[in-house]
Ligand binder design. Structure first.
Ligand SMILES: Nc1nc2c(c(=O)[nH]1)N[C@H]1C(S)=C(S)[C@@H](COP(=O)(O)O)O[C@H]1N2
Ligand SMILES: [Mo]
Length: 351
């Protein structure tokens, strides 16, 4: 892992890991926490998830009870809002991630809708807020919590997950349970989830009202001199793709063609196609897509590109989602360093 910060732990997955499988191994999955005060152990026998607020029957659910409920399973990419922030120009404050603040896993758990139905949401409910076991390090600092609109929380896809790639969650990734919000950035994927509160008014807490706000513009794009633009809470992901078969960190012997492979994601929908270019984006040729693991998963692609000369050659991949959204050539910019989604370039030197 690439160590970004030790306290709280911020660990980044090296790109070579994504070349092995579309599923990211649990022990190589990126890690991000906001506050350093994270439990280093959780007692699975006394742990409870409290469902309360604007409900008919408040619940206190043990892990045994949760494991006895109907289960759902889904592959989904967990990507930090600030993934690739280190590439922003001009630079912005925050963790200087490269592309490894993301991972894809097969999640298993209980649909949030099921838990809410058991508790019985009362008329007038608007949103659902999620709280966790980690604590702020100084008094008065805002405890981490996020919320979703009620309809989203009840869409049947949002999941309270207890398993990741067939194993219990690693502590650093939220043991014993975390929220999975398919297609949405991982700021909503609350780890060590122990509190589900149904609200009858909007969540005006720090983590919804102040943090993780993006410009309300296409691709959350503004210019560094823009001021006073409207903002919204960050939400759906956008299509992205990366070459994983070659890093461009050392020269290679010239060859007339080069096989390239990598991973793509559609954002909040599936991947419809991936195109490859070895001439700076002037011409594109389609890649072959690997098995479809569902709309929220990474999808493998492979293809061959011509290498027309020696020297530095820019290799590019461009994903089109099943919703028809195409990765743009120009990078977006915003002061939070959120939501990068442009075509990425891997420059390989052929000698
Ligand atoms: N309880 C809790 N959950 C949290 C966070 C946190 O600080 N505390 N950070 C969120 C953010 S911003 C990210 S990017 C993801 C990281 O998930 P991971 O560490 O499993 O990769 O967790 C999310 N869930
Ligand atoms: Mo994040």
């Amino acid at each position: 892992m690439i160590l970004q910060r030790s306290r709280p732990p911020l660990l980044e997955t090296p790109m070579s890991v994504f070349d092995q499988s579309v599923f990211t191994p649990n022990d190589q999955f990126f890690v991000r926490w906001h506050w350093a005060d994270i439990p280093t152990s959780v007692d699975a026998t006394t742990f409870r998830i409290n469902v309360h607020g604007h409900v008919v029957r408040p619940l206190s659910v043990s892990l045994t009870e949760l494991l006895a409920m109907p289960r759902v399973q889904m592959a989904a990419v967990n990507q930090c809002s600030g993934n690739s922030r280190g590439l922003f120009q001009p630079r912005v404050p925050g963790a200087q991630w490269a592309h490894g603040a993301m991972g894809n896993a097969m999640w298993m758990g209980v649909s949030l809708r099921h838990l809410l139905d058991v508790a019985g949401v009362r008329p007038g409910a608007l949103a659902v807020r999620f709280g966790a076991l980690d604590q702020p390090v100084v008094a008065g600092a805002p405890d981490f919590s996020k919320s979703l609109a009620l309809d989203h929380a009840r869409d049947g896809e949002v999941m309270v997950a207890f398993a990741m790639n067939g194993e219990q969650l690693p502590l650093l990734n939220g043991f014993p349970v975390r929220l999975i919000v398919p297609g949405w950035f991982s700021t909503y994927w609350v780890k060590m989830l122990n509190d589900i509160e149904v609200l009858d008014k909007p969540d005006d807490g720090y983590w919804m009202a102040k943090a993780y706000k993006i410009p309300d513009t296409p691709m959350a794009n503004v210019s560094p001199t823009d001021k006073d633009y409207p903002t919204v809470p960050i939400n759906r992901m956008v299509p992205r793709s990366w070459i994983t078969s070659i890093a461009g960190d050392h020269p290679v012997a010239w060859q007339p063609t080069l096989p390239i492979g990598g991973i793509a994601m559609g954002g909040d929908t599936g991947v419809s196609r991936v195109d490859l270019s070895s001439d700076g984006g002037r011409t594109w040729r389609p890649a072959q897509l690997g098995p479809d693991q569902g709309p929220y998963s990474f999808r493998r692609f492979d293809g061959v590109v011509p290498i027309r000369g020696r020297g530095a050659i820019p290799l590019m991949t461009r994903c089109t989602s099943t919703a028809g959204v195409v990765q743009p050539m120009t990078p977006n910019w915003n002061p939070g360093g959120f939501m990068r989604g442009c075509v990425e370039t891997t420059t390989v030197t052929f000698g």
